[in-house]
Design a protein around this ligand. Structure first.
Ligand SMILES: Cc1ncc(COP(=O)(O)O)c(C=O)c1O
Length: 343
């Protein structure tokens, strides 16, 4: 069911299969920014499925240590950062809220739905060292690196924003869904600072979007209010079990970061080779403004490749192919589109 008024997302492969008349199994889905090589799942003991989740199983400490957060930080595990995106707006009275534009639309949607006044901020509006624009806001949501364009703001600048907002009781909410594997970008080491909310997710880098697991690192007051809003057992026992083990697997994380860096660079080169040189992005996707984005997306879909299309500005976002055969499928499809791309 598509509920009207809700933001669009990638990953709707069933609908694409029906629209293009191509069987589900023949598609290459590049419409999301999810690691195609997910963390390998362990067997989950039967009792983890059968018992209620234990809140003192040590998951919070594991998350804090993994993220490099200080002792003053509090951690609230959440069923995907989406759950925090939906709950946070209910924790404040009417506020003026800035969200990145372009950006992951769920943030603005949920703050507006809770009755707050939401304004979109472009990278140009926040460029430079002049920060007076912050004084028109009570809350700033920033996605770092941003989805879909990969735009990244250095942590020290974000901390300056947080301090300025906090002087008036404001918050800085930083969505770090795509920060895993990037050096020195996370604000987790500053978590606990009043008014700072850092969101992490296991859906992207770990490739476990279906697990619905993530965490919020924040000050004690906001953590208490968020935990109360989410109620008991927001995360299933199996999700807590898998999350703790994935976060402890440092070897997998460092080899994955290397692999994703190489593959993201490969995708950038592949696009450039086919006349699409202007892509920006993250370790997990490339973003490509192009006047004929719609025709390119349709041309790829007609060959069984689903990418994310944005209409304003016209742009595409491509996630990483996984196995070699998938890279070759993309390469062949792009070669066949040279007449559309070169126009
Ligand atoms: C920037 C960003 N934040 C948060 C989410 C939500 O992810 P999850 O709920 O799986 O953590 C997404 C999902 O696409 C996203 O792109």
């Amino acid at each position: 069911m598509k509920v009207s008024g809700q933001p669009e997302h990638g990953g709707r492969l069933n609908a694409a299969a029906e629209r293009w008349g191509i069987p589900l199994g023949q598609w290459l889905d590049l419409s999301t920014g999810i690691n195609p090589f997910a963390w390998p799942l362990p067997d989950v003991p039967a009792e983890v499925w059968q018992r209620l989740p234990e809140p003192d199983d040590g998951l919070e400490q594991t998350v804090l240590a993994w993220a490099g957060a200080p002792d003053v930080a509090s951690c609230v595990p959440v069923p995907g950062s989406q759950a925090a995106i939906m709950a946070l707006p209910g924790l404040r009275g009417p506020s003026r809220v800035g969200v990145p534009a372009p950006g992951y639309l769920e943030h603005g949607h949920w703050w507006a739905r809770a009755g707050h006044q939401v304004m979109g901020l472009s990278p140009q509006q926040v460029a430079g060292g002049y920060e007076r624009w912050l004084d028109d806001l009570d809350v700033l949501v920033w996605i770092n690196p941003n989805n879909p364009d990969g735009h990244t703001v250095p942590p020290e600048r974000l901390i300056g924003w947080c301090k300025r907002l906090h002087e008036r009781g404001g918050w800085l909410v930083v969505d770090e869904a795509f920060a895993d594997g990037c050096d020195q970008i996370s604000l987790a080491p500053f978590a606990g600072m009043p008014g700072l909310v850092v969101m992490r997710s296991l859906g992207k880098f770990f490739g476990l979007a279906g697990l619905r697991a993530g965490a919020v690192l924040t000050d004690d007051r906001i953590a208490q209010a968020l935990a109360e809003a989410l109620g008991p057992w927001p995360l299933s026992g199996p999700a807590r079990y898998v999350m703790a083990r994935a976060l402890a697997d440092e070897e997998w994380q460092s080899s994955t970061a290397q692999r994703l860096r190489a593959n993201s660079a490969r995708l950038h080169r592949l696009l450039a080779h086919h006349g699409l040189a202007d892509s920006s992005g993250t370790l997990l996707f490339r973003y490509l403004p192009h006047p004929d984005a719609r025709s390119i997306a349709d041309g790829l879909a007609s060959q069984g490749i689903l990418v994310r299309y944005f209409d304003s500005p016209p742009a595409l976002r491509l996630g990483l192919p996984g196995h070699e055969a998938q890279w070759q499928k993309l390469e062949r499809a792009l070669s066949g589109l040279s007449n559309v791309i070169d126009q």
